[in-house]
Write a protein that binds this ligand. Structure first.
Ligand code: SF4
Length: 307
């Protein structure tokens, strides 16, 4: 039986991989990482340290694991991608159970190619760079009759895995012939702080985005599914990342010739209107006391959603 963990560089998928490794052992275990080429540098650091820990490999004896400050500037896309290619080559040589897939494009390149800006309802970025890439690898490398796949969804979001009415990732993938499990939805249940304890106990450092207040470790704090509160946090904590995406959004609006945006505005009449990152930044800079929906973080579910 092959055991394939969808390994995202997040704390949840690391904890799920630890559970799978505990009961299945390392030999038939693969950690499948689908790279958007736009992760936080510290997510790549945790990816490598976390994968080495799952396989009980002393990676530091074999290669230098870069700290986030040693990565090139993510805005220099050519240099950044070249650096990641080399990092992948070196890492997968020393961690053979880590499968690191790259389409070669990042979410913005997908939006331009598809002539569509992702939003909270449709996410061509994760559809192409994550779900399709993982599916293609599974079909080419695994027999569904002899494979179990695992995701890091925990018990607080168990409905996303199986809503009890035939919906959710597990039943959907089962209808397509693949067996999926969510180890963190089983007892003993682990809260997020339990997983952080596990990370510390394993002598690892959790990805820095969590300590900055982000709820997930995807796409360097960016996500087309995120909401107002999330983008305010991104502007506060990683203003250079916010500025990069603000410029990209302006470019795709000009390219498409359409009034499209990642965020939506429902002020005044409650109707949904485009709200660009440029306009949202000006709003929070000009009127810092103006209230926004403090709970509007949005819901990133790269492997769960199906648009
Ligand atoms: S985290 Fe958000 S922006 Fe990144 S690939 Fe997933 S859905 Fe797209």
């Amino acid at each position: 039986m092959m055991h394939i963990v969808m390994f995202s560089a997040g704390a949840g998928s690391w904890a799920a991989a630890k559970r799978v490794a505990d009961h299945a052992g390392p030999d038939n275990l693969r950690l499948l990482f689908t790279d958007t080429l736009m992760e936080d540098p510290d997510a790549y650091r945790f990816l490598l340290e976390g994968a080495a820990d799952v396989f009980d490999i002393r990676l530091s004896d074999k290669m230098k694991i870069p700290s986030w400050s040693e990565f090139p500037d993510f805005r220099d896309r050519s240099n950044w991608k070249g650096y990641l290619l080399e990092l992948r080559r070196e890492a997968t040589r020393h961690i053979p159970g880590l499968v690191w897939l790259m389409d070669g494009r990042d979410p913005w390149e997908i939006f331009f190619d598809e002539r569509f800006l992702g939003n909270s309802r449709r996410d061509p970025c994760s559809k192409i760079l994550k779900r399709r890439a993982a599916d293609r690898w599974l079909v080419q490398n695994c027999d569904p009759r002899d494979t179990t796949c695992y995701v890091g969804i925990d018990f607080t979001e168990a409905h996303r895995f199986d809503d009890g009415r035939g919906g959710g990732l597990g039943p959907r993938r089962a209808s397509e012939g693949w067996r999926y499990e969510a180890p963190l939805c089983s007892e003993p249940y682990l809260a997020k702080w339990n997983i952080m304890e596990m990370i510390r106990a394993a002598n690892l450092t959790a990805p820095r985005l969590y300590s900055l207040g982000f709820s997930h470790n995807n796409c360097h704090g960016f996500c087309v599914k995120a909401g107002h509160a999330h983008y305010r946090l991104l502007h506060q904590k990683l203003p250079e990342v916010y500025a990069y995406h603000e410029r990209k959004e302006q470019k795709i609006r000009a390219f498409l010739g359409k009034d499209v945006s990642i965020l939506a505005d429902r002020r005044n009449d409650g109707r949904k209107k485009p709200l660009t990152l440029l306009a949202f930044r000006k709003r929070i800079e000009d009127s810092p006391d103006e209230s926004i929906d403090e709970n509007d973080y949005g819901g990133c579910g790269c492997f769960v959603d199906q648009s």
